[in-house]
Design a protein around this ligand. Structure first.
Ligand code: FE
Length: 191
């Protein structure tokens, strides 16, 4: 089975001024594509040759996991954002955030801290745990919370390639801008 780079759900310049067209061209057009191409090179002749991407994320290891999970994570990340996103969630998601974090501001602060303090490369996630509660988790490298039985709701890519062209070393500025792009309807739909 050949894995393909999914179409970006908006134009390359659509997330400006928060994420530049140039960043998207590299991040989506080169990094995400490289993970897809690497995965396709690694799976022939292995038990994952015809496996779904979800199955690869759940069961593989080594290079197949690293590239497969990075394909999954990036596709998910693109679908966590939209032009004219941001604001605050409503409905059930809003209620769940209040219940587990006290307020939206508190949630935002905790998620931002998780994203900013993740050492090295990785991902900050909002997840729904088995018991229905929400949690913020940090995953290094290609880590994905599905492996721990949690359901991903929102993610922020904090690999340097996500922000270095626009923000250089200032990861917190990228995280602050990320909040202007979050597609809360998409996040709520995953709850
Ligand atoms: Fe990335």
């Amino acid at each position: 089975m050949i894995h393909e780079l999914p179409k970006l759900p908006y134009a390359h310049e659509a997330l400006e001024p928060y994420i530049s067209k140039q960043t998207i061209e590299y991040h989506y057009g080169k990094h995400h594509l490289a993970y897809v191409n690497n995965l396709n090179k690694l799976i022939p002749g292995t038990e994952f040759e015809n496996a779904s991407l979800d199955d690869i994320v759940m069961r593989s290891s080594g290079g197949i996991f690293n590239n497969g999970a990075q394909v999954w994570n990036h596709t998910f990340y693109w679908n966590c954002m939209k032009p004219q996103g941001g604001g605050e969630p409503s409905g059930n998601l809003h209620a769940a955030i209040l219940k587990d974090f006290g307020s939206f501001a508190e949630f935002k602060e905790k998620f931002s801290t998780a994203a900013a303090t993740l050492f090295g490369s990785g991902w900050a996630w909002l997840v729904r745990k088995d018991d229905g509660s929400l949690a913020i988790v940090q995953e290094s490298n290609a880590g994905n919370p599905l492996r721990n039985g949690a359901k991903p709701l929102l993610t922020c890519d904090v690999w340097e390639h996500a922000y270095y062209l626009d923000k250089q070393n200032l990861r917190p500025n990228y995280i602050a801008d990320f909040w202007n792009l979050v597609d809360w309807n998409a996040v709520a739909g995953r709850l």
